[in-house]
Write a protein that binds this ligand. Structure first.
Ligand code: GLA
Ligand code: GLA
Length: 727
């Protein structure tokens, strides 16, 4: 059992956290003195130390060298700086690797990856785990009472470089995991559907990891492998966490997540974190990078139900690992740092403090660049450190999303298995337009797991629910019956937790809730699109599934003619009920469409071209006190037009009405009701933003009554008094 320290403040350090990874072992000790002096000048209050120090801390199997770290921790403490102490386990030293070559990871093709980089370990290797736990214990015992210690940083970016290993130790661990999950071999045969292609197993001993095979590998084997790989890394993390909880209780523990990472089920992982921290590297060359960043930050906040999180790493300017590494233009570093705070972070840390002169990351930007204190980057470091101190009262304040988006790693993994109707149904590609549409409308999003009770949200969006168990479907149905509004994206309700098709027609357990049935999936190839048009017809009297195929074809042809005639004669304004009149008439589906038939749902939008012309594309089913929409196609950038009437019906509007284009607005709230309105201008032109209440800009101390003007890349953080104070 690992205990989690529940806290709204991430550490005992007052205010917001500011600092970064510091790799002092790369420098002679004389440099450290200058480092701490400059840290104090920049307002740094937390440094992450020891992330890659294993070889320095333990020069060989039986010797330890803590002297340098003792001196370092004492030094930073004298300068009033706290330490986020890493367990240093992400890069096993050469002596350990040579003593236990079997701990090196093996690829699906059987290639053993060599020493000479980092993260070279098999997650299931007993030798690696023992050594990692031993090092963690040695560090915890030595430093648990050190006054500089503010938090523990386990490992580094689990899942970076190596996410899976196919060696014999992994195979044995996989079999153990399968036994625990499936109990006996007959159950596994059923779950994996091994009657197919003669894949039957007589015993667990016959099972291997899904190594490279001649053709398509059993999908349930692959799905269980994904689950196992996330669990295998989590087991390592939990082994270190257990040591820290035992030896150093009360000191919070975190590991740095990697934003929306497919390999690790962060819902499960975050249960074992005292708080969530994240590494985020939006690309300055991508004009939409801030939208993706917002999405990642919303996830990080959501992982622990809205509690503050920590931006553990970001680049002060350029990174070094993209093919082309564009720096952050003046102002962008500050704006993007504030964006993390705007979405619930309680601190901004960096990779890294001082730029390296050797190694694979010597071209990576740092808070203190190679040029030293004359560098532009250093000026930004000092300036932002000063600003951050003015925002100290934000620490521990929270924000809550207006709508919920359902994210399920199991479904993500299953969706992206091979041999599907279209290889282009990738979870992040499906999700992004949903998030972007909400972002552009100024609506704040919380992510929720499939096990969540979404009752507190007026609207729940499920961009894709490919794998869906009946328990989740029942929860969604109860939510809608109770007055909730659900919007479900295409290719949903397809398989159960073993990735077997729900029999009896898609969307399986969602069929009654959505009031539709899918006859056939109809992926749209390449760059082709299918046009859509708002519907004006009533729901069909009888379920059309009763119809035989020829009849169906006839009906389609007829319907098409009827519809065309109707659309020609009826003016658009006549398309009745108000949400429908809002729909644009130039919508296009891309990537994916479905032949669907309505059962109890009404059709809001129809396909207007291609083989599906005339058939329903977007539907709404009233059930109990709520409604469930189904989008049978991928709408890309046109999705917002379909979501507008849904948002209107759910009573969800922009966080701040009248927000100009390119401006992001979010609100944090203190327990006493004080609000903090962040306004961030991501655009290249000055913007005037009307306010719904007067406030004080914490960054400048200026009062703003009815509006603020934001320069390009400009930002304000307005303190809004609690409602009773205002009155
Ligand atoms: C080949 C194989 C069949 C089946 C089909 C699928 O013809 O012989 O077993 O895989 O392809 O198209
Ligand atoms: C990750 C790692 C760091 C460093 C940075 C570079 O976040 O955790 O050690 O490699 O990337 O961007």
């Amino acid at each position: 059992m690992t205990a989690t320290v529940t806290m709204d403040r991430l550490t005992r350090v007052p205010g917001l956290l500011y600092g970064g990874d510091w790799n002092p072992e790369q420098w002679p000790e004389q440099v450290w003195a200058e480092d701490v002096k400059l840290m104090a000048e920049a307002g740094v209050n937390l440094v992450t130390v020891g992330v890659f120090s294993w070889a320095r801390l333990q020069p060989d199997a039986d010797s330890w060298d803590f002297g340098w770290l003792d001196r370092l921790l004492d030094l930073v403490h004298r300068h009033g700086i706290a330490v986020d102490l890493a367990t240093a386990t992400a890069s096993p030293p050469a002596w350990l690797v040579r003593a236990h070559p079997e701990l090196l990871p093996v690829t699906a093709d059987g290639v053993r990856l060599e020493f000479g980089s980092r993260q070279h370990y098999c997650p299931s290797s007993p030798a690696y785990r023992q050594a990692a736990v031993r090092l963690t214990r040695a560090l915890a015992e030595r430093y648990r009472d050190h006054p500089a210690l503010a938090l523990w940083h386990i490992h580094n970016e689990y899942g970076d470089h190596v996410q899976e290993c196919f060696c014999p130790a992994s195979a044995a661990d996989f079999r153990r995991w399968l036994r625990e999950r499936h109990g006996d071999i007959e159950e596994l045969n059923r779950s994996w559907g091994t009657a197919f292609w003669s894949q039957r197993y007589n015993s667990f001993e016959q099972i291997e990891p899904p190594r490279t095979a001649p053709g398509p590998v059993n999908p349930t084997q692959l799905l269980d492998w994904r689950r196992f790989c996330s669990d295998a890394l989590l087991a390592l993390h939990r082994a270190e966490k257990a040591v820290l909880d035992e030896v150093s209780p009360g000191v919070p523990v975190t590991t740095n997540f990697m934003s929306m990472l497919k390999a690790l089920d962060y819902w499960e992982w975050s249960r074992h974190e005292d708080f969530v921290s994240d590494d985020a590297y939006p690309d300055p060359a991508d004009p939409r990078a801030h939208v993706n960043a917002a999405m990642n930050y919303d996830l990080m906040r959501s992982l622990k139900g809205g509690r503050p999180w920590l931006l553990m790493e970001q680049a002060p300017s350029a990174v070094s690992w993209r093919p082309v590494n564009v720096p952050k233009a003046p102002g962008l570093y500050r704006l993007w740092s504030l964006q993390a705070l705007a979405r619930g972070a309680d601190g901004v840390l960096h990779f890294q403090w001082r730029a390296s002169v050797a190694g694979a990351e010597k071209f990576h930007s740092a808070m203190l660049p190679h040029r030293g204190t004359a560098a532009r980057g250093w000026q930004e470091t000092v300036r932002f450190g000063t600003e951050l101190r003015r925002l100290g009262e934000l620490a521990g304040t929270r924000l809550r999303g207006q709508v919920a988006v359902l994210l399920d790693w199991d479904s993500w993994w299953a969706l992206e298995l091979d041999d599907h109707p279209s290889a282009r149904m990738r979870w992040l590609d499906l999700l992004r337009p949903w998030y972007a549409a909400l972002y552009e409308r100024g609506v704040t999003v919380d992510f929720v797991p499939p096990t969540a009770d979404p009752d507190g949200y007026p609207l729940l969006l499920a961009p894709n629910l490919y794998l869906l168990d009946t328990a989740t479907a029942d929860r969604l149905t109860a939510y809608v019956r109770g007055g909730g509004r659900l919007v479900c994206g295409p290719f949903s309700g397809i398989t159960d937790r073993h990735d077997h098709i729900h029999p009896g027609g898609h969307p399986g357990p969602l069929r009654e809730l959505l009031g539709i049935v899918v006859d056939e999936h109809w992926p749209i190839p390449d760059d082709a699109t299918t046009s859509l048009t708002p519907a004006g017809t009533e729901p069909p009297a009888e379920p059309r599934t009763e119809l035989r195929a020829e009849l169906r074809a006839e009906l389609r042809a007829e319907l098409r003619t009827e519809l065309r005639a109707e659309l020609r004669t009826e003016p658009r304004a006549d398309l009745r009920t108000e949400p429908r009149t809002d729909l644009r008439t130039d919508l296009r589906a891309e990537r994916w469409s479905e032949w669907i038939e309505t059962e109890t749902a009404e059709t809001l939008v129809r396909y207007d071209s291609g083989a599906l012309a005339g058939l329903p594309a977007v539907t709404r089913n009233r059930l109990g006190d709520g409604s469930a929409w189904y989008l049978s196609c991928h709408l890309g950038t046109d999705l917002g037009a379909v979501l507008d009437p849904v948002l209107a019906e759910a009573g969800v509007g922009a966080e701040l009405p009248g927000l100009p284009e390119g401006v992001e607005a979010t609100r944090r709230h203190a327990a006493d009701g004080t609000g903090y309105l962040f306004l961030l201008n991501h655009g290249p032109v000055e913007r005037r933003v009307p306010l719904d209440a007067p406030g004080t800009d914490l960054l400048t101390g200026t009062e703003a009554a009815t509006a603020v003007t934001l320069a390009p890349l400009g930002a304000v953080v307005l303190r809004l008094p609690a409602p009773q104070e205002r009155a």
